[in-house]
Design a protein around this ligand. Structure first.
Ligand code: S3P
Ligand code: PEP
Length: 429
């Protein structure tokens, strides 16, 4: 499909709801007794998998206009599904639901996704869950399908070998109804939406630094959730605004949760013109972000603690690096190799087609600024990875060129309105 999204981008927009928060609200709604209203959730391919999976487990889940409603009698009324729980392209659904099902003690289920999920490691959640007593088997000991059989779990004390909110959350979901205290320690803090939301639903959970403690056995009660806009989706518009002439975009009601806002720190360090107006919030922080074209962006060097705070934004931040006035580096980001595709390989392969030069490392890369004219008839690959496809569309818009991407349908995974939102912001030159 050809891209025709070049121009000047100006105006105010609201990006779709946060994907991580939407998945968790659907799951916690299903586990809790009562009615959970989820306002402004992300309605996308990935979150609709969790929506459908919760229905298969016996919760009453409906879409009402732009909102979701979950009605449940509580965790002990959920049932074994009579068909495979299909998780599509969603790693979050696959890993979190594995923890949730293991924790229910009485469920037999099989969890399976698309071709990208078939290659994503699940042993990272199954190892700690097995330590808790779960009876789970994987293909080749590592990959989906995930087959879960009933087993009574005990609490766990676990030092996380990788910075992964999905692993942390799977353990916490499994620990919710065990008899005792589950403790998870992280080396670098990953997103904390599960901790915040479990507290709101009545779990006995506390956080001190990078240690989470969850006392199992508390009955959860339904709670309404208002989902802020997804900063990982906003990231594409933030970078687009910084690098395209005369751009001035305001993105309203975006999550500003500090475990997710690494991109804001990077943009500020690069000297990007960005203004934040925080709004009042309990629990999850959110606000408006205004971003303006910044012709003299400085390069960035990221590694360590900041990586989990911007892990999904690294592809689009690489485009920012192309427009900076020096070499940028990304290190400590080996987790990128375990996403929908190996994102280090994919970013380098596709941006190289724009003439960008890289030095690749196992855990990241060095990128030189500048790009060249794309060869005629060059075909770009999207790898069924929404973040790679949107990165390419932004790069093409900033390079004022039209490119052809083999398949861009995966945009629906996290940002179904991406192309129409860009069209809405585009003013003819
Ligand atoms: O917990 C979550 O909602 C997510 C955690 C991250 O994955 P990891 O836990 O694998 O780092 C992130 O990349 C993913 O998009 C969503
Ligand atoms: C990696 C991502 O999601 P998931 O792990 O849920 O597939 C993402 O949204 O970039």
């Amino acid at each position: 499909m050809k891209q025709l999204l070049n121009g000047t981008f100006q105006g105010t927009v609201r990006v779709p709801g946060d994907k991580s928060i939407t998945h968790r609200a659907l799951m916690l709604g299903a586990l809790s007794e009562g009615t959970t209203q989820i306002y402004r959730p992300l309605i996308s391919a990935d979150t609709l998998r969790t929506f459908e999976n919760m229905r298969q487990l016996g919760a009453e889940v409906t879409q009402e206009g732009d909102d979701f409603k979950v009605v449940s009698k509580g965790h002990d009324h959920l049932i074994s599904p009579d068909a495979v729980l299909y998780t599509g392209n969603s790693g979050t659904t696959t890993r979190l639901i594995t923890g949730l099902l293991a924790g229910l003690n009485n469920i037999t289920a099989s969890v399976e996704g698309d071709a990208t999920i078939a290659k994503r490691p699940m042993d990272r959640v199954v190892i700690p869950l097995s330590e808790m007593g779960a009876d789970i088997s994987l293909k080749d000991g590592r990959y989906p399908p995930v087959n879960i059989h009933p087993a009574v779990l005990k609490p766990l004390e676990y030092d996380m070998p990788v910075a992964s909110a999905q692993v942390k959350s799977a353990i916490l979901f499994a620990g919710l109804f065990t008899d005792g205290e589950t403790i998870v320690r992280e080396t670098h803090q990953s997103r904390n939406h599960s901790e915040i939301m479990m507290g709101q639903f009545g779990a006995d959970i506390s956080v001190s630094g990078t240690t989470v403690k969850l006392q199992g056995g508390k009955k959860l009660s339904a709670s309404d959730v208002t989902v802020p806009g997804d900063i990982s989706s906003a990231a594409f518009l933030i970078v687009l605004a910084l690098i395209t002439k005369d751009a001035d975009i305001t993105i309203e009601n975006v999550s500003l949760n500090e475990t997710r806002s690494g991109i804001i720190d990077v943009v500020k360090a690069c000297g990007g013109k960005l203004t934040i107006t925080e709004r009042d919030s309990k629990g999850e922080k959110f606000g408006d972000i205004r971003v303006q074209y910044t012709p003299d962006l400085k390069p960035f060097h990221i590694s360590g603690d900041i990586i989990p705070r911007l892990i999904d934004e690294i592809p689009i931040l690489t485009v920012l690096a192309v427009f900076a006035d020096g070499e940028s580096t990304v290190r400590g980001a080996e987790e990128l190799r375990f996403k929908e595709t190996d994102r280090i390989t994919a970013v380098i392969a596709e941006l190289t087609k724009f003439g960008v030069s890289f030095e690749e490392y196992e855990d990241g890369f060095k990128v030189k600024p500048g790009y060249k004219k794309v060869k005629q008839d060059e075909l770009f690959k999207g790898y069924h990875d929404h973040r790679i496809i949107m990165m390419l569309i932004v790069m093409a818009a900033a390079a004022n060129t039209n490119i052809e991407i083999d398949d861009q349908s995966a945009i629906d995974v996290s940002f179904p309105s991406f192309v129409s939102d860009l069209e809405g912001l585009r003013k003819d030159r």
